[in-house]
Ligand binder design. Sequence first.
Ligand code: SAM
Length: 288
Amino acid sequence: MEKQLPSYLTEKNGELWLTEDERDNLKISYRIKNVIYSGQSMFQHVMILDSYDFGRMLVLDGVVQTTAMDGSIYNEMISHVPLSIHPNPQKVLIIGGGDCGVAREVCKYSTVTNIDMVEIDELVVKVCKKYLPEVSGNLSDPRVNFIYDDGVAFAKRKEQEYDLIIVDSSDPVGPATALFEKSFYQSLHRALKDDGLMVCQSQSPIFHMNVLKQSYNRIRDLFKEVSMYTAVVPTYPGGLWSFTIGSKQFVHPDSAKVQDKETYYVNDELIQRCFILPQFMKEQLNIK
Ligand code: SAM
């Protein structure tokens, strides 16, 4: 583990603060109790910090990815919503998701026989399993195949293989930029079975409307069905966060349920209501 602190971790009056640069005129700071891990991989700077208000958190290149406090909101919403749409999900591909929180949720489904988790950075998986059990749950389910590869290259090689693909990417900078491209969504479409569906995180409706619209429109152009839903994730910029589903066949049924799954945030009413979009989003997306 490195000794020297990166520029986004500063000490002021004996207090340690992580300052996330959101955009030109917005920075968000978290008071930190301890640096649990700090190291550089081939792809990014990886830290596990223990914060006062959010507990342990995974930070990549200075950006908070998930926390013990609100990680389950995001991880449950990106997993259980699409899993409640597909009537018999068996083979699942997760792209990104190095904190293991999504794989942990998918493992709650007994129909699922196989989960390929393609994460570019092995260090993220290693440190989250060791130091962030609140999110990773020390994941060791034999159905999960950990594959350390670029999700774009991996998806390109697949055809008609998956029932569900979950893109749990970081923001569209560095290695994750290509995970928002049209050619990547085309690979996902080809990698899915004839009745398969995909979901991706499509950024903040408050701060990233261009990225959100671009993802939604690209997915709408490729898939028979497109839908967007939201959740509030306190550590993501703007709080309100969006997810986009592209489906070859199944639409969200009124009867969709998470049934008997043990969850912190998601329940049967919520997976129905999350598709109700605020007016400004409907207008931006041309939804009547
Ligand atoms: N839930 C988080 C969020 O919305 O910010 C993201 C969680 S997860 C930690 C994101 C992961 O995507 C990171 O571990 C990163 O290494 C991985 N990643 C980025 N680009 C990738 C790529 N091209 N292929 C596979 N994984 C990638």
